[in-house]
Design a protein around this ligand. Structure first.
Ligand code: ATP
Length: 239
């Protein structure tokens, strides 16, 4: 696809001898919000980790702005404009909310996101800015993790299971911030187990199954049946 911001071609990934990704072809256009869905162990987190240098990838298998970036060190990938909100939030326990947020700014990329802007997006974080990050509720910690990634002013924000372990009302609150994030043209990839939420917020969906893409299409075009089949596999869908 011409004009693609980020692509992978035949991306494979391994943990030792165990193969986790079996040739992922993926395209992301600037300004898109794309969701990746799939069952536990389908390879969604591994895919995001490969994009951000946390899992080894062949140089040519990942291209960002046309340049091969596979296997570059994670810090270099952040400096080029990809930021990950990791699964499980992973805040620095000894740091305050504000210090956690500032850690995201160390890449030194210019852009619209700064503390003031973030506190506008999530006012509760301004109130709690001097508290230890890990003393906050799960939803508030997720806001800090999201904010920390935004502080690097990425071109592409990669979010791994924002809704993990959160109550539905809190999940809605987190996703309510998405329009404020994409409004300025931020390109976003979300990995999401909540399929309804994934379809609601995204333009396109990829479904992963056992390390492969089992379905890809416009969110509005995909029926529940096609998604169920791609998500669980043919046998399960017919069971
Ligand atoms: P989840 O929703 O559970 O996070 P996922 O779709 O993100 O699932 P991955 O975490 O990417 O899936 O896992 C893909 C495969 O790689 C699984 O078979 C998993 O057991 C394996 N795997 C993941 N992390 C490791 C690791 N650190 N060491 C060995 N195998 C791993």
């Amino acid at each position: 696809m011409s004009g693609a911001l980020l692509t992978t071609h035949g991306l494979q990934a391994f943990y030792g001898d165990a193969q986790a990704l079996f040739g992922i072809d993926f395209t992301l256009a600037a300004g898109e919000l794309v969701a990746i869905i799939g069952a536990n162990g389908a390879g969604k987190s591994t895919f995001l980790k490969s994009l951000t240098g946390l899992v080894r990838a062949p140089r040519e298998a990942i291209r960002f702005r046309g340049e091969p970036i596979g296997g570059l060190p994670p810090g270099e990938i952040v400096r080029r404009g990809l930021a990950l909100v990791p699964e499980g939030r992973r805040l620095f326990p000894s740091l305050s909310v504000e210090e956690n947020l500032l850690m995201g700014a160390t890449a030194g990329r210019p852009g619209p996101w700064n503390l003031q802007r973030l506190y506008g997006l999530f006012p509760i974080l301004a109130e709690k800015r001097r508290q230890p990050g890990t003393s906050l509720s799960g939803g508030q910690q997720q806001m800090v993790a999201l904010g920390r990634a935004l502080m690097s002013n990425p071109d592409v924000l990669l979010c791994d299971e924002l809704s993990l372990g959160l109550a539905p009302v809190v999940i809605r609150e987190i996703y309510a911030a998405m329009p404020g994030i994409t409004a300025e043209g931020m390109t976003v990839v979300i990995v999401e187990q909540d399929v309804t939420m994934a379809r609601q917020v995204s333009r396109r969906v990829y479904c992963f199954q056992e390390g492969r893409v089992s379905l890809e299409g416009l969110s509005a075009d995909l029926t529940r049946e096609r998604i169920a089949q791609a998500y669980f596999g043919i046998e399960a869908a017919h069971a």
